[in-house]
Ligand binder design. Structure first.
Ligand SMILES: Nc1nc2c(ncn2[C@@H]2O[C@H](COP(=O)(O)OP(=O)(O)OP(=O)(O)O)[C@@H](O)[C@H]2O)c(=O)[nH]1
Ligand SMILES: [Mg+2]
Length: 368
């Protein structure tokens, strides 16, 4: 039940077109996501639907098409760019005769591969267990009435109860461990709060260039890579902007469309830095075809974690790819709205530093 697919897997991908304008882009993002998980895509199967109804794939026609592709490519895996109900997943598995994953499981899997710190690992495992738990409850209800059993089962326990109980024990242990880590984090934060430090959190869609920007500003050497979810843990550094100004700046996990809710919940702790930041640097890949959608997805997650009220400074990154000039854009009241820059080339970093100083001077720090 806890096994994950190994690197080097090959998969058939399935995308449904619900009539979105950006279907081609979202399909491309899905392929990137699959590759990020270390899986090699063999073929993409599409389907057109009026409304989100993945159930249609369980109907024989489309399932047959998928099964044929599995045979033709000798694939060991089928991945859907949608959330599937546990029932649909099982149904499809029996029809296509190989393992079926949905988008949520895929994202959880990438997170599990990437988590580095103990806190990150704990959070991902918690999210995975939460995901499995919902599957147990919804998917295995037919087992509920079966009594008896051997091995780990307690007297009179059904398999379902046993699984739930074991997961429950593990979840409790993980939560206890997380609590300890979070307390340490809170202590660190309090120490910083007392020193009246201005805090800045870098947020944005995955692969926008957050870590590259963090590194460029702080001369740190965080992992930045052309893959989705390169960063999973929050890292904070003190950044001296000029003789009179310093801030604590944090790099954070990237957001993505349909981020599993269990994961958002699990990462709320990591993102506490974000919730308590004085200013958010919202990094955007200026060249991305889904740029506007990415911005609104990030804002959606920010709302979910209760960070929608924090002032945002938009950072339009990667201007070097289009030969754009670094510049600052102001709103009608003269406040800085966005900075265009290249984190990779370092162009426009000075403008950002100046913008940060301005933001600091504008923000009256509340007494905490
Ligand atoms: N051309 C160009 N590429 C950039 C720039 N900034 C970042 N990149 C590239 O974009 C890719 C992603 O950069 P990261 O800094 O890892 O992005 P991130 O937002 O931290 O991504 P996650 O941690 O996965 O959410 C890397 O290949 C970077 O080299 C830029 O200003 N110009
Ligand atoms: Mg990163």
């Amino acid at each position: 039940m806890f096994e994950r697919h190994q690197g080097g897997d090959e998969a058939i991908l399935v995308c449904l077109d619900f009539g979105e304008a950006d279907f081609a882009d979202s399909q491309e993002e899905f392929i990137e996501l699959v590759k990020s998980a270390g899986v090699h895509p063999l073929a993409v199967i599409q389907g057109k639907r009026q409304r989100p109804d993945p159930a249609y794939f369980c109907g024989s026609g489309k399932a047959d098409e998928i099964a044929e592709a599995v045979l033709a490519h000798d694939a060991g895996l089928v991945i859907f760019n949608h959330q599937l109900s546990p029932g649909q997943e099982r149904n499809l598995e029996s029809k296509v005769k190989c393992r079926v994953l949905d988008r949520t499981t895929l994202i959880l899997d990438i997170f599990a591969q990437r988590a580095r710190t103990s806190e990150g690992k704990l959070q991902v495992e918690l999210a995975q267990l939460a995901h499995i738990q919902t599957r147990l409850i919804r998917g295995w209800t037919h087992l509920e009435r079966q009594k008896g059993g051997v091995g780990l089962r307690g007297p009179g326990e059904t398999q379902l109860e046993t699984d739930r109980r074991l997961i429950g024990i593990r979840v409790k242990r993980l939560k206890d461990q997380l609590l300890i880590v979070q307390k340490q984090r809170a202590t660190q934060r309090k120490r910083r709060d007392r020193s009246g430090q201005f805090t800045v959190s870098i947020v944005g869609y995955t692969n926008a260039g957050k870590s590259t920007l963090f590194n460029a500003l702080t001369k740190a050497k965080l992992y930045a890579a052309d893959q989705l979810f390169a960063t999973l843990d929050t890292t904070s550094r003190k950044l001296y902007i000029d003789a009179d100004h310093s801030v604590v700046i944090s790099d954070t996990v990237g957001f993505i469309r349909d981020l599993p809710h269990t994961l958002v919940a699990a990462f709320r702790a990591t993102l506490e830095e974000t919730i308590e930041a004085d200013v958010l640097l919202h990094v955007v890949d200026i060249n991305h075809s889904m740029r506007d959608l990415q911005i609104s997805e990030v804002n959606k997650v920010l709302t979910e974690i209760g960070a929608e009220h924090i002032p945002q400074l938009m950072v339009f990154n990667k201007i070097d790819q289009r030969d754009l000039a670094a510049e600052v854009e102001r709103d009608e009241y003269g406040s800085i709205r966005s900075v265009k820059l290249s984190a990779l080339r370092g162009e426009g970093l000075n403008l950002l530093r100046e913008a940060l100083v301005e933001a600091m001077n504008q923000t009256v720090k509340e007494d905490k």
